[in-house]
Design a protein around this ligand. Structure first.
Ligand code: NI
Length: 201
């Protein structure tokens, strides 16, 4: 199975999951928008990705603008989730959308208040780690308590891909990357891919 296909099952639009080819052909306009969005996403090596974000205290128009901007960046980048640290903002804020037609969900100051015992391993990619795919074990079922962009409390019960994306993005808010959650062997290989991608850039 090709790397790109595996990546599509995570950070890229999930409906491309069944594409048999390596890289689905993107409309040039869509590809250009994606590249422009990705240019705003901090990449591996940027210390902000290793920094713990601070709780959001002000639920004002500036915060709502930040949420809207992150939602747009995530859509344009064709990701299924984005954490504020990935755009250089140290706020405990993440956005995600695991189904193309669904609304973007923003979780602010999220806390996993419950998780089931069951775990599942699957390949994950990350917009901040181009060309990297590693196996990550995650809880299959979680319950998250958070605030929305108006400061109202929300509770999300998530399973499968949705639970995986939320755990991945909360990790970002703690400065944790998928490299920290995979095997030593896969981490070594990922580091090599990152070096090669950085040299090619
Ligand atoms: Ni990520």
């Amino acid at each position: 199975m090709s790397e790109q296909l595996e990546q599509d099952t995570f950070e890229v639009e999930p409906d491309e999951e069944d594409q048999p080819q390596d890289e689905p052909e993107l409309d040039p306009e869509v590809a250009a928008r994606r590249a422009a969005a990705l240019a705003h996403v901090r990449k591996f090596g940027d210390p902000v990705l290793r920094t713990r974000a601070r709780p959001v205290e002000r639920f004002d128009d500036a915060l709502r603008a930040e949420v809207a901007r992150m939602g747009e960046l995530m859509n344009d980048a064709m990701g299924v989730g984005l954490a504020a640290t990935q755009v250089g903002v140290l706020h405990r804020l993440l956005v995600y959308r695991v189904q193309q037609q669904a609304a973007v969900v923003a979780l602010i100051n999220p806390e996993i208040e419950w998780s089931g015992k069951e775990e599942e391993t699957a390949e994950e990619g990350c917009l901040s780690l181009p060309a990297v795919l590693v196996d990550v074990e995650r809880k299959l079922h979680i319950r998250v308590r958070a605030l929305d962009e108006r400061g109202e409390e929300i509770v999300v019960e998530a399973s499968g891909l949705e639970a995986r994306v939320i755990q991945h993005e909360i990790d970002h808010l703690d400065g944790v990357l998928i490299l920290d959650r995979t095997s030593r062997e896969q981490r070594k290989e990922a580091m090599r891919a990152l070096r090669e991608a950085q040299q090619a850039a």
